[in-house]
Design a protein around this ligand. Structure first.
Ligand SMILES: [Zn+2]
Length: 178
């Protein structure tokens, strides 16, 4: 599992398993996230690679890859977002109209959509990873630094269908995170 995770370029892992009855090495790590470098530097006192054997013989704990992008996307839902200034000037007036909102309402709604999104997709735009938060009437594009890059009307309740029907190349390359 660890090898497969590394092949998929995962670099962070959560230590998973029970706390009750765990040896000190395991107990103090359960639930925590470590980089692969940190894991390789750990010593379970048994000459067994922590990366594969965790706490050592009979240890039932395991390392679970943390989807890096997934955790960024979720973190962005918890923080205060800002609307990218450049996009704000260019886009807000134009797109706000499609939602029947004033520019201020549009920005507030975009922030709410991100906070409440049950579905998140990612795509790459000019080499930069961006996240798409799906709302009832539109989707919000946020970059990995917490800037809203746009809130776009989709007028479609079935997002899978929307992606399917769109000719827009960016939308076609969306990959589901949540
Ligand atoms: Zn253990």
């Amino acid at each position: 599992m660890m090898e497969r995770a590394l092949e998929s370029e995962a670099r962070y892992f959560r230590y998973v398993g029970a706390v009750a009855g765990a040896r000190p090495f395991c107990r103090e790590r359960v639930g925590k996230v470590y980089s692969i470098e940190e894991i390789r530097g750990m010593d379970n006192g048994q000459d067994l690679a922590v990366e594969y054997f965790c706490g050592g013989w009979n240890c039932r704990h395991r390392w679970v890859a943390v989807a890096e992008d997934g955790s960024i996307a979720k973190k962005l839902q918890e923080i205060e977002l800002i609307y990218n200034e450049k996009d704000k000037r260019q886009d807000v007036a134009k797109h706000a109209k499609k939602f029947g909102l004033s520019p201020d309402e549009y920005i507030e709604e975009a922030k709410r959509v991100v906070k409440n999104a049950k579905q998140i997709y990612k795509h790459t735009y000019l080499g930069e990873t961006q996240y798409n938060y799906i709302g009832e009437n539109g989707y919000v594009v946020v970059d990995r630094f917490g800037k809203i890059r746009g809130y776009y009307y989709h007028g479609e309740s079935n997002i899978e269908k929307m992606i399917e029907n769109r000719k827009n190349k960016t939308t076609k390359k969306w990959r589901k995170i949540k």
